[in-house]
Structure formats: structure tokens, C-alpha cells
Design a protein around this ligand. Structure first.
Ligand SMILES: Cc1ncc(COP(=O)(O)O)c(C=O)c1O
Length: 400
């Protein structure tokens, strides 16, 4: 008899964590590895967020908190939704969790069961399909190619919808491609969704502020107010404020869904750490100007990495419009031989070849539902982007 529950074989652990473990192994053996794998911005937590935590500790207000977040936390999220997205949520329409990931997890766990379908455009953040599988539901993957900047076309969405569809799981800017939907592109998807009133939308807006070249961010419930009643809008402080380790995410949505997400959390982790909430409240309600400077800095690093990858033999990529990654095709390397005689057959082979031959870590596209590609993060010191980019060029040139 298997000791572990059947649900454990329904899903995989996070693939980027597996890559990170392999890098740690190689480093422990004394190899120098340039990591282009980071999924978190590298800026410090804003000083005013740190100060809010010191003040909280001085007041010794380190107690259990309400499951759906402290009143101040929900007010901060309410303010943010209004200020940044033009969305009005009542305080009973907002909940907070230990990261956007927990918020998404709560949403799916509370609503999806056996037989329910969840539409996920691919390439996707690797956690989405596995989260759906964990609930017992069925992920319906819609493949979105580089020829449409990895964006889902309205007719693809329409075709994927069945009477079993419960959710569209949507994210823009996207991890891993940086694809960022324009207002018109969202409008076209909204028109399809209006035709199918049983479909709900969970939008993961965690990369909202990491958007380049003066583009503007929009979210679905804002574009089409008729979708407001069936959309859960999710966000968090991880990417916008570079506060990944604080673990704070939040959502606004229909009262009943939010109440059930909160019920789900009540029997797992309970209310979010009071410390994380204090820091998040300060970040969300404090000065916002620094975000633009940080985004400009990321844009600069994006350009550096893009230039390097574009010049590598056998690789082809487009400049991402947002997030922190370049999703690069390695189709031109497939079937080629490495100097030690190994044939590159898949994107996993290619990423392993980079790691073993030149010590550069990236993540294989397979983890995100589209091959043959790899994801390279431009959150790395500039010297690593330059050196890592040069080494990738060298490794590609050495393939025959
Ligand atoms: C698309 C996407 N959503 C959510 C998350 C997780 O966010 P959080 O740190 O708020 O849980 C990530 C992290 O990489 C992500 O890429």
C-alpha cells in the first residue's frame, strides 16, 4: 500500500526549484555558475516598509490576525485596486494570503473539483496546471505561439471553452514570456467571455508594475465591468515592491468566492503573519515613485540580455514587454552536436548543455508548456548578464 495520498501523484513539484537545487549541487562541488534563473527582483525592501515592521514590534502587535487579513491590510488592498486599476471592492470582497500563490491556490481549491476544466494559456507559470491537478480538476492548455507574441487569440479562447469550463486562469505580463496584453487585446478576450456567462476569470496581476517601454497595464475586470462579478483579481507585493520573502498576496472579487477562499485558508495557514501585513500596508500605501526607477533599471538589463541572446547562433527571441524574463527559442540548436558528442534533442538537453559546458543556468521551456525554448531571467548583476550572455554565445557557436 502506498503511504502517500493519491493526490500527491497528481502533481509535480515546482520545476524552477529543481533547477535551483541542481545549481546548488554544482556550486557545492566548486563550480562557478552564472544564474539567469531568478524569479525575484533584486532590489531591497523599501525603507518605509522595514520601518513599519520595527514600529509594529515596538508596539508588540505580533498576534494572530483575521483570516482574510487585518482591516488595515484590506483597506490598503482596497486603496490599491482603486488607485491602480479603477476597481471598487468592498472590504468583504478582499482577502489576504501568504503570497499570490496561496491566493491562487485558495481560489482553485475552493471552487474546482473533479470534472471541472480550467483554461490555461501556454506558456504558463509552471505552478498553474499542477495547482489545478491537485484540486482534481482538468487543466485545458491553450498553446500560444511566438508568432502571436505568446498571446492567446480570442478564437483560441472561444474554442477552448466547454460547458465544463469553470475558470480562465490569466496572467499579463506573463511569466515566462513577458507577454503583456494591450487594452484592445483584452477587450477582444472580454468579448468572448461575455458570450459564456458560466466562465469565471482568475487574473494573476503580480507583474503589473514590471512593464516596459511606456506600456500601460490593464486588468480584465477594469476593461469590461460586466466581468467584475465573475473575476477574481489577484496581486501581491512580491514583484512590485521586491518583497518576495515577506509572503503577502491579496485578491478582490465576488463576496461569496472571497469568503470561500478565506474558509479554505482558515483550515490551513490561518491569517497571514502580522509582520508581513505591516510591511505590505506600508509598501502599498507609501510612496510609489521608486517603482518606475526600478522598472527602468530592469528594462536596461532586459535590453542587455536581449542583445546577447539575439546574437547567439541558433537562438531566436523577441524583446519581452514586461516581467523579468526572456523566453528564447532554441529550435536552431536541436539536432546539433556538442563538442563531447552529445546530440541536443530537447530544450532540457540544451539547458543541461549550457550548465555543464559553460556554467550558465536557465530554465527549460518544457517547464512552462512550450518547447523548444528556455527562460532566461534578467534579474542578475549586469556583469553576470554580460558574462552569461557571452558564454551562451560561445556554447551555441561550439555546436555542430
Ligand atoms: C505568474 C506568477 N504568479 C505568482 C507568483 C508568486 O507570487 P507570490 O510571491 O506573491 O506568491 C509568481 C512567482 O514567480 C509568478 O511568476
Amino acid at each position: 500500500m502506498n503511504f502517500f495520498a493519491p493526490r500527491m501523484s497528481r502533481f509535480k513539484p515546482s520545476p524552477s526549484q529543481i533547477a535551483a537545487a541542481r545549481v546548488r549541487e554544482l556550486q557545492a562541488e566548486g563550480h562557478k555558475i552564472i544564474k539567469l534563473t531568478s524569479g525575484e527582483p533584486d532590489f531591497p525592501t523599501p525603507d518605509h516598509a522595514k520601518q513599519a515592521v520595527i514600529d509594529l514590534m515596538d508596539r508588540n502587535e505580533i498576534w494572530y490576525t483575521p483570516i482574510n487579513g487585518t482591516l488595515e491590510m484590506r483597506k490598503a488592498a482596497q486603496l490599491k485596486f482603486k488607485r491602480d486599476n479603477g476597481l471598487d471592492y468592498g472590504l468583504d470582497q478582499i482577502t489576504a494570503g501568504a503570497g499570490t500563490k496561496q491566493i491562487l491556490f485558495n481560489c482553485l481549491m475552493a471552487t474546482v473539483g473533479q470534472g471541472d476544466e480550467v483554461i490555461i494559456p501556454a506558456p504558463y507559470w509552471a505552478s498553474y496546471p499542477d495547482m489545478v491537478l491537485l484540486t482534481g480538476g482538468t487543466p485545458v492548455i491553450v498553446s500560444c505561439g511566438q508568432n502571436n507574441q505568446f498571446k492567446m487569440r480570442p478564437e483560441q479562447l472561444d474554442e477552448a471553452i466547454t460547458d465544463k469550463t469553470k475558470w480562465l486562469m490569466f496572467s499579463s505580463p506573463s511569466n515566462p514570456t513577458g507577454a503583456t496584453y494591450t487594452k484592445d487585446e483584452l477587450r477582444a478576450l472580454a468579448d468572448v467571455l461575455l458570450k459564456h456567462p458560466h466562465v469565471h476569470i482568475v487574473t494573476d496581476d503580480v507583474y503589473e508594475h514590471l512593464i516596459f517601454d511606456e506600456r500601460e497595464f490593464f486588468t480584465l475586470a477594469q476593461i469590461e465591468p460586466k466581468l467584475y462579478d465573475r473575476t477574481v483579481t489577484c496581486n501581491g507585493v512580491s514583484k512590485a515592491y521586491s518583497m518576495t520573502g515577506w509572503r503577502l498576496g491579496f485578491a478582490g472579487g465576488p463576496k461569496e468566492i472571497i469568503a470561500n477562499m478565506s474558509k479554505m485558508q482558515s483550515q490551513s495557514t490561518s491569517g497571514v503573519s502580522s509582520v508581513a501585513q505591516a510591511a505590505a500596508i506600508a509598501a502599498i500605501t507609501g510612496p510609489q515613485e521608486f517603482i518606475k526607477e526600478r522598472t527602468a533599471n530592469l528594462q536596461h538589463r532586459r535590453d542587455m540580455l536581449f542583445e546577447k541572446l539575439s546574437a547567439a547562433k541558433g537562438l531566436s527571441c523577441d524583446k519581452p514587454e514586461g516581467a523579468m524574463y526572456i523566453f528564447c527559442s532554441c529550435a536552431g540548436t536541436i539536432g546539433k552536436k556538442s563538442p563531447d558528442g552529445k546530440v541536443i534533442e530537447t530544450d532540457t538537453d540544451f539547458t543541461m548543455y549550457l550548465l555543464d559546458s559553460v556554467g550558465v543556468a536557465v530554465v527549460q521551456g518544457d517547464a512552462y508548456g512550450l518547447s523548444p525554448y528556455f527562460r532566461a531571467s534578467f534579474v542578475a548583476p549586469e556583469k553576470d548578464i554580460i558574462e552569461g550572455g557571452d558564454l551562451i554565445q560561445q556554447a551555441c557557436a561550439a555546436l555542430t
